[in-house]
Design a protein around this ligand. Structure first.
Ligand code: PMP
Length: 295
């Protein structure tokens, strides 16, 4: 993720990651009390590097911080500018960008009067996702929305993601699928899910999931391409009747599934709505026009 000369943005200054310091008594380190974002930049068709949906991501960062009662005094445009500066100082074009808002030294559960903010970035190329995923229904459920601010991208929630992902990989699968506290399909450890059945797409309604920015983009693409899409709750049994399934997220982009547990999905990925959306998504992030996909 970083080398000796990597620059991060830390509390208003551009500093070397290898020399930056943080507080060992931070409430974030001890209790997982922090919020973050996962953003991508792409080298677009015109050659210019652009951060995809930067405003949406920094607005969500603010909402996540607010949901956790963390002071947040940054302006979205200011942070976008700082992010472009991080990219340029590190010579990055296709990158993954990780802003984190975290707490100062505080060993109590009391609120803080300030927050810290860092922005790191590293190289991450456009991923064509040709290999379909073998997914396992996790034995871990997503955090109960009555116990967590599930709509916030909070660091502590990711202990659940790590457990689910590690369990799936230890059992020989590529990724996990988690249900909510009522047993309905929720999401992957770091991605939202859509399934296709008889020419229509379905995705879990919000409430028990992270409202993904890629999920919203997929819904926008469906509107553009006249693909019907419905947001509603469904079970894993229903999901196993699907013609095809895909995950979507900033890091994962749009990636098809081969199977869930023992069930192999019948449609050929090349012929699915997911594949059409995958191509449209790549065109969108790279600002290429249809038929000029760059990879
Ligand atoms: N669900 C979870 C739990 C995630 O961590 C992510 C990644 N941020 C997503 C869904 C997808 O969200 P986005 O499309 O905004 O990256």
């Amino acid at each position: 993720y970083y080398h000796n000369n990597t620059i991060i943005y830390l509390n208003g200054a551009f500093v070397k990651a290898a020399e930056a310091t943080t507080d060992f008594y931070s409430q974030s380190l001890h209790y997982g009390y922090a919020v973050f974002e996962g953003i991508r930049s792409y080298q677009t068709a015109s050659g210019e590097t652009k951060i995809f949906k930067a405003t949406e991501h920094y607005d969500r960062l603010r909402n996540s911080a607010t949901a956790l009662n963390m002071p947040y005094n940054w302006d979205t445009d200011e942070l976008i500018e700082a992010t472009y500066e991080v990219l340029s100082r590190n010579n990055l074009r296709n990158a993954y960008i990780r802003p984190v808002v975290y707490a100062p030294a505080n060993m109590s559960f009391n609120p803080n009067t300030e927050s810290y903010l860092l922005i790191a970035a590293w190289e991450m190329g456009l991923f064509l996702g040709e290999k379909l995923l073998r997914v396992m229904t996790s034995s871990f459920q997503r955090p109960n929305p009555k116990g967590f601010r599930i709509e916030a991208k909070a660091s502590g929630h990711y202990v659940n993601s790590i457990l689910a992902s590690q369990e799936a990989k230890a059992k020989g699968f590529d990724e996990a699928l988690l249900t909510d506290m009522n047993g309905y399909v929720a999401e992957g450890p770091g991605a939202n899910v859509f399934y296709e059945k008889n020419g229509k797409l379905y995705t879990p309604a919000t409430g028990n999931i992270l409202p993904g920015i890629t999920r919203a983009t997929v819904i926008e693409i469906c509107t553009e391409l006249n693909i019907p899409v419905e947001e509603r709750l469904f079970t894993t049994d229903e999901l196993k009747q699907a013609d095809a399934v895909f995950f979507c997220g900033t890091a994962a982009e749009v990636i098809g599934w081969q199977s869930l547990d023992d069930t192999v999905f019948p449609a050929k990925w090349e012929n699915t709505l997911g594949r059409r959306i995958q191509l449209a998504y790549k065109n969108r992030v790279t600002e290429a026009v249809k038929g000029e996909l760059i990879d």
